[in-house]
Design a protein around this ligand. Structure first.
Ligand code: HEC
Ligand code: HEC
Length: 315
């Protein structure tokens, strides 16, 4: 008998033996009369036998086959190549795949059909619509309470249980509108955020005029003074800081820091639009980076603004 067939039989017997050992000794209960297990084993045995003998057949063919056919004229590397026609079925499938690919990308791809992302977006939209409808009329204390519960989920990690941002180490202190540190930062570096929801930016100190001499930039002393005046809540109208503010900041921020539409944000307190702008656009400043938190729905944003505003009331 041919040596190859002998090897085929040996390998088949070995694999069947291994299969048998596995189910008898490794599996605790063996086949246990389970028809599905037996069918699976029979299938495995059939696969082993067929595979081994197909492999043997082709190895043998490779040993004995001699090639026939017409050699191509070109011989680039001194290894001859036969002129084999492309198999018909293969050519049909090749061309068919190209045509199908074009169809799929232009017409077939289900752009408007089901997608998980689409379904998710639709469900979020529906849920938000229901939410806004259900809570459309809440206001006052209820709105603040809703804001607090959103705060406890989304903001507390950075702004802290007391909303003081861990003494402004981790985030802004929301119990006050602004700290001395943040006012100084705004003046020294300027701000290019979107507190107004637009591109309006705050110039840095080189662009802010000295209160006494309009052709020289603001001085360190003036910055100290005005920062204390602003962060202190615009109280002492006769202070040096008040004078600097009136000379330098007033045209953008308004006489009491109430903000000017389209020019500069309110800095004497919070307003709903300001808080929502921070949520929608994030903020970078003296303390660090406030991430964009725009996945909240409009009612939740309104509520959280109400909560933030409630924090500094009665100060
Ligand atoms: C040219 C107009 C302009 C002038 C002048 C100006 N600001 Fe501003 N200020 C802005 C704008 C615009 C913003 C918002 C920037 C942003 O969205 O990042 C801003 C932001 C601020 C903020 C940041 C508020 C926050 O929430 O962090 C502070 C504080 C501030 N200004 C204080 C001052 C003071 C004090 C002066 C005077 C020394 C001054 N600004 C002068 C336009 C101005
Ligand atoms: C990953 C930390 C983090 C989270 C979460 C976070 N914040 Fe902030 N937030 C900051 C930081 C840092 C600042 C200060 C940015 C700066 O330096 O001016 C800030 C600033 C703010 C300001 C602006 C203060 C100012 O002076 O202009 C508001 C308002 C605010 N956060 C509200 C919220 C609310 C509401 C939430 C929850 C929906 C929230 N933040 C979640 C880190 C965070």
């Amino acid at each position: 008998m041919n040596k190859l067939y002998l090897w085929g039989i040996i390998i088949t017997a070995a694999m069947l033996g291994a299969t048998y050992m596995t189910i008898t000794y490794l599996g605790k209960s063996g086949l246990n009369g389970d028809i599905i297990n037996m069918l699976a084993i029979a299938g495995a045995a059939a696969l082993v036998i067929i595979t081994v003998f197909v492999v043997v057949k082709y190895v043998r063919q490779m040993q004995t086959d001699t090639a026939t056919g017409e050699l191509a004229d070109e011989s680039w590397d001194n290894i001859g190549e036969y002129k084999n026609p492309v198999p018909f079925g293969w050519a049909v499938i090749f061309l068919g795949t190209i045509v199908w690919g074009m169809w799929y990308f232009t017409i077939g791809y289900p752009v408007n059909k089901f997608s998980q992302i689409g379904q998710y977006n639709e469900e979020v939209k529906a849920d938000n619509a229901e939410f806004s409808k259900k809570y459309a009329n809440i206001k006052g204390e209820q709105l603040v309470n809703m804001g607090e519960s959103v705060y406890l989920v989304d903001c507390v990690a950075c702004h802290g249980l007391n909303a003081d941002g861990n003494n402004e180490k981790d985030a802004a202190d929301l119990n006050q509108r602004i700290s001395v540190k943040s006012v100084k930062y705004a003046i020294n570096h300027g701000l290019t955020g979107k507190l107004l929801g637009t591109e309006a930016t705050m110039p840095n100190r080189t662009g802010l005029m000295n209160a006494n001499n309009n052709y020289a930039p603001i001085t360190d002393k003036e910055i100290d003074e005005v920062a204390n005046y602003v962060a202190g809540g615009f109280k002492d109208k006769n202070s040096a800081g008040a004078k600097v503010f009136a000379g330098t900041c007033v045209m953008c921020h308004g006489a009491n820091g109430q903000g000017v539409a389209g020019m500069a944000p309110q800095i004497n307190g919070w307003n709903s639009k300001l808080v929502v702008n921070v949520l929608d656009n994030g903020k970078v400043g003296a303390i660090g980076k406030m991430p964009i938190m725009d996945t909240l729905n409009p009612k939740q944003k309104e509520a959280i603004a109400a909560y933030v505003m409630s924090l500094s009331k009665g100060e």
